[in-house]
Design a binder for this molecule. Structure first.
Ligand code: NAD
Length: 252
């Protein structure tokens, strides 16, 4: 039996370190035979990504906050790697002071930052990606249950995740004609760099763990497994959906 993703080239955006969900995805994609190309946010991130990825040629800088950086990155990806079969978007950011207390205190600027990096960036990725994606191809983003329920301190990020999930549905409609499927994975809480920005994140993590069906948090390997499935030709019928990979937290 061959691997699920033999011959596929997939771009993974959002590895910060070995705890990153993006790294769990990349590892599973590689395990299934894909060649993985990585974008990192800035020089600081490059250092930690280099500790995980031996081949520096597979690393490209991309700050999704600006069109200039995205333009440069996707031009470089096209030149170096040609067509791709998939993109994993595992990127989110909000200013730390917005992930604390009452949501009505969210600043106008903080709201815009969270939306820009965590939600709008998926539209931009799809727009740039369209030029270099094969038909068929798959885009997968990462969301969280805080889009649907008011989770303490998650606040502006929950609002951004709700927008991200709406982006998935609209993109799925408009990218379908190019053979690109777009889906989201709603992952359970895992201790990553991003989560430590949420005030009292240890309560969020322990509360989440206590609500899983077996009392154990989902792992980034399990999330990566679902990502590999969504990238594969086994998932050609899954379009515009949000799939929970949270060990049942959303239903308990
Ligand atoms: P992480 O900190 O490992 O990854 C977040 C990544 O976003 C980092 O690599 C960071 O460099 C990148 N990023 C932030 N701003 C950027 C910018 N301007 N340009 C380019 N990259 C930028 O944390 P993670 O938890 O693995 O987060 C990955 C995704 O998973 C996020 O969308 C997050 O919301 C989502 N998610 C996380 C959890 C969780 O509990 N950790 C649960 C569900 C969904």
């Amino acid at each position: 039996m061959g691997n699920l993703l033999d011959g596929k080239k997939i771009l993974v955006m959002g590895v910060a370190n070995k705890r990153s969900i993006a790294w769990g995805c990349a590892s599973q994609l590689e395990k299934q035979g894909a060649t993985v190309i990585y974008t990192y946010q800035n020089e600081r991130m490059k250092k930690s990504v280099k500790r995980l990825v031996d081949d520096e040629n597979l690393l490209i800088e991309c700050d999704v906050a600006t069109d200039e950086s995205m333009d440069k990155a996707f031009t470089e990806i096209k030149e170096r790697f040609g067509k791709l079969d998939g993109i994993v978007h595992a990127i989110a950011y909000a200013n730390k002071e917005e992930l604390d207390g009452d949501v009505q205190n969210t600043s106008r600027e903080g709201y815009a930052v969270a939306q820009n990096i965590s939600s709008y960036s998926l539209l931009a990725v799809a727009r740039y990606g369209k030029e270099i994606l094969n038909d068929p191809a798959s885009i997968v983003t990462l969301t969280y249950f805080g889009s649907e329920r008011a989770i303490p301190n998650y606040n502006v990020m929950g609002v951004a995740k709700a927008a991200l999930e709406a982006n998935v549905r609209y993109l799925a409609r408009d990218m379908g004609q190019y053979g690109v499927r777009v889906n989201a994975i709603s992952a359970g809480a895992v201790k990553t760099l991003a989560v430590t920005g949420v005030k009292d994140h240890s309560s969020l993590l322990s509360e989440s763990e206590s609500r899983t069906v077996d009392g154990n948090s989902v792992t980034t390997t399990e999330i990566g497994g679902a990502c590999a499935f969504l990238m594969s030709d086994l998932a050609t019928g899954v379009v515009g959906d949000t799939i929970y990979v949270d060990k049942g937290v959303h239903l308990i």
